[in-house]
Design a protein around this ligand. Structure first.
Ligand code: NAD
Ligand code: G6P
Ligand code: MN
Length: 418
């Protein structure tokens, strides 16, 4: 067995931290740990999370794992092996504005898409570059595994500044789609080998090979989704709506299975119909996941321990921890990763950041080579990539004009005047 590792979580106060730690403990045989460090700029959130994680470690029998909670980057990152990054620059309060300002003008208001996503991008790049700089300074050999959004923009920006860095950018949407669909129609998504391509939150399944059934099951999944929309009471209401909208999209475009985020680009009218301009997803998260974590910390502070910890994680934590084990043990597992194209999609610009299947081992990421893609997908992707590249240019060059061009090219925006 390898020696025990030191893990840091950037954005330690994140609502997702308990899920990542739980996944780490569940993977202890493949990734043994001796120390966990929570790094955040917000001491109150950090302290709340300290209470939760301390109890979690004890209740899962990992008392010997040392927990360090800090706002000091040197303390956080010196000598770590892995950094899991999940910061939200500006917090959920700014997410609320990203969502509500475009909605005022009848446009999509969303965390990672449209004008809200681009605004979040301009904030997030700066925060994540700072984290990356700290890691370069205090643990230059560490692997950074990043969930911080908006991922396409983040990856584009980091690759420009640090083209050779040990960093993997990953999104949980594809694994969550697979988990939800498989659960709904009685498959096991762990048997699936999907072929998927696109940009982050902007891609399509072309094939889903099922290893136990020994065939491509995508056509029958599309049939099923067309016949009966996904009904899953365990999902929050807004996510249930999102999965229902996938069936609606399939009625128009039944040849590929789209990432659910296409509802914002292809059917904004349908989304706006279900959107409350005064109570958006940020409000639901603040009143839901965030409030639950705050209450949990409060109960622990008051001395309660039994029955306090209750979470609902899905595959989010397991997916990113599996990437870490795959590097550490050279496992060559397959993930959907956000990487420079460099020919993976042969008829698409090679300098774009794309999301494609890739194998991960001790030497890092090896994306697979795909078939050429069709003009509908390529056209949508070309525009989106151009908009993203202009936005990252705008960030580095501090150019208002480039930002305006990026915002105008965003496919949720019908007019430059808006
Ligand atoms: P959150 O606001 O609950 O947590 C984020 C934490 O980051 C906060 O505690 C905040 O204080 C901290 N933070 C902000 N700026 C920081 C900085 N510069 N340095 C260190 N810490 C900083 O948000 P959340 O809902 O838990 O989401 C966290 C992040 O994970 C977001 O970026 C979200 O979009 C992303 N996310 C991505 C995926 C994916 O598929 N890629 C999935 C889920 C969440
Ligand atoms: C999925 C996406 C993430 C996004 C999240 C939002 O997991 O892959 O990129 O941040 O959904 O979920 P929330 O519950 O915060 O609205
Ligand atoms: Mn995502």
């Amino acid at each position: 067995m390898t020696d025990k590792k030191v893990i840091a979580i950037a954005g330690g106060g994140s609502t997702y931290t308990p899920g990542i730690i739980t996944a780490l403990l569940d993977h202890n045989d493949r990734l043994p740990i001796r120390e966990v460090r929570l790094y955040d700029i917000d001491a109150v959130r950090n302290e709340n999370m300290r209470l939760i994680i301390d109890l979690l470690l004890k209740q899962k029998g990992f008392d010997e794992v040392q927990l360090i909670v800090t706002e000091n980057p040197e303390v956080a990152f010196t000598g770590v092996d892995f950094v899991f990054s999940q910061i939200r620059v500006g917090g959920l309060k700014m997410r609320e504005l990203d969502e509500k300002i475009p909605l005022k003008y009848g446009l999509i208001g969303q965390e990672t898409c449209g004008l809200g996503g681009f605004s979040y991008g301009l904030r997030s790049i700066k925060g994540l570059l700072e984290v990356v700089e700290f890691v370069q300074m205090y643990a230059p050999d560490a692997w950074i595994l990043n969930y911080t959004n908006p991922e396409s923009l983040i990856t584009e920006a980091i690759n420009r500044k640090y083209p050779n860095i040990n960093m993997i950018n990953v999104c949980d949407m594809t694994i969550s789609i697979e988990e939800t669909i498989a659960h709904n129609y009685g498959y096991n998504h762990k048997d699936w080998v999907p072929v998927y391509y696109g940009l982050n939150h902007f891609g399509w399944y072309k094939e889903i090979y099922d290893k136990s059934l020994k065939r491509d099951i995508m056509p029958e999944i599309i049939e099923k989704m067309l016949g009966q929309e996904i009904e899953n009471e365990d999902l929050e209401a807004s996510w249930q709506q999102t999965f229902k909208n996938m069936s609606k999209m399939l009625r128009h475009f039944p040849d590929y299975l789209p990432n659910n985020y296409f509802e914002y680009y292809l059917f904004p009218d349908m989304v706006l119909e279900h959107t409350d301009k005064n109570y958006t997803r940020a409000n639901m998260v603040m009143d839901g996941r965030e409030a639950r974590n705050t209450r949990m910390a409060e109960r622990i502070r008051n001395g309660e321990t039994e029955g306090v910890l209750k979470f609902d994680f899905g595959e989010h934590g397991n997916y990113i921890v599996d990437i870490a084990t795959s590097i550490l043990n050279d496992e060559h597992r397959r993930f959907m990763l956000i990487v420079p194209n460099r020919g993976a999609i042969p008829n698409f610009r090679s300098d774009a950041v794309v999301e494609v299947p890739a194998y991960v081992g001790a030497t890092g990421v090896e994306p697979i080579a795909l078939d050429p893609i069709d003009d509908f997908h390529k056209g949508l992707m070309e525009v989106q990539v151009a908009a993203e590249k202009l936005l990252v240019d705008a960030y580095f060059e501090k150019s208002y004009l480039k930002a305006l061009k990026a915002f105008t090219l965003n496919q949720t925006v019908p007019s430059a005047s808006l």
